[in-house]
Design a protein around this ligand. Structure first.
Ligand SMILES: C[S@@+](CC[C@H](N)C(=O)[O-])C[C@H]1O[C@@H](n2cnc3c(N)ncnc32)[C@H](O)[C@@H]1O
Length: 260
């Protein structure tokens, strides 16, 4: 995904996709924002901020906060800087955040850990830069192992395996363990909703486009899957991806009683 944003047109395309994805899970995210008291926090960071879709939402909800995004993709950064003056966007790596310890009240990421090689190092960094009593939140991480589709076909997982360049498409189930390993007690829950047939139709269209673009050598399998889809009415389509969140309060070891 990192390399997929390699032109400003690609950034525009992915920004549209990211903004649309946000609308599917808005209710759960707002509940998490309320839990973290995001509306009243002053310093908020997103690691892997991409085209800035999540941070623009956060800045709108809390216009007085200093909201910062960091990403290593220069084109995504250029897009996000062009889209708004606030939040501010910085070039850098999640593995080595260029901030002093205890700089932020809330540090979030969103569809990020599945794309990194060292999720633990990044979570450690997110914890380091968050003040004591602040919040660390992985707002959405999928797990492709739990994906359900109708029409059902083995071809879905075969084609996903070939086309996904993410280091860990099964990160969702590991969130609790990752938080535990950095000394945090996480609340883990589900972000996903059951998508309407219209949205699934659009999603399938995008996914077939991606298969054609990234694994053209699988042309015969892609055509076969398209034929299966075409043999159903789109009103019958069903697709469910378990997307999880994990969030924890940054409390000193030994003082964790409850995250409520
Ligand atoms: C799938 S995008 C998600 C963007 C954004 N969080 C959203 O949901 O709209 C993942 C982003 O993480 C960035 N990224 C991946 N690995 C990174 C790393 N190690 N350090 C900083 N950014 C990274 C990519 O450049 C990409 O913009």
């Amino acid at each position: 995904m990192n390399d997929q944003i390699n032109t400003i047109e690609a950034a525009q395309y992915f920004n549209k996709l990211y903004e649309e994805q946000l609308t599917w899970t808005g209710a759960t995210r707002k509940r998490l924002y309320r839990k973290m008291n995001l509306f009243h926090m002053k310093q908020i960071l997103e690691v892997g901020s991409g085209t800035g879709a999540v941070l623009r939402e956060i800045q709108t909800i809390n216009p007085r906060a200093t909201v910062v995004g960091i990403d290593w993709n220069l084109i995504a950064l250029k897009y996000s800087k062009g889209a708004s003056d606030n939040p501010s966007f910085i070039h850098g790596k999640g593995e080595l955040l260029p901030f002093a310890a205890n700089s932020f009240d809330i540090t979030v990421c969103h569809y990020f850990l599945m794309w990194v090689k060292k999720p633990l190092t990044i979570l450690e960094e997110m914890k380091r830069v968050t003040r004591e009593g602040g919040w660390i939140a992985c707002l959405a991480e999928p797990d492709y192992g739990g994906r359900l589709d109708y029409p059902a076909s083995e071809l879905w997982s075969e084609l996903f395996q070939g086309s996904l360049s993410a280091p860990d498409p099964f990160i969702g189930r590991k969130l609790r363990s990752l938080f535990f390993q950095v000394g945090l007690k996480a609340e883990v829950g589900l972000q996903s909703t059951v998508l309407s047939p219209d949205i699934v139709k659009g999603l399938y269209g995008l996914e077939m486009e991606k298969f054609n673009h990234f694994i053209p050598e699988n042309n015969s399998k892609i055509t076969l899957l398209q034929e299966i889809l075409d043999s159903y009415e789109s009103e019958e389509y069903f697709s469910f991806m378990p997307v999880f969140y994990g969030l924890a309060r940054n409390v000193k070891e030994g003082t964790i009683k409850s995250i409520e």
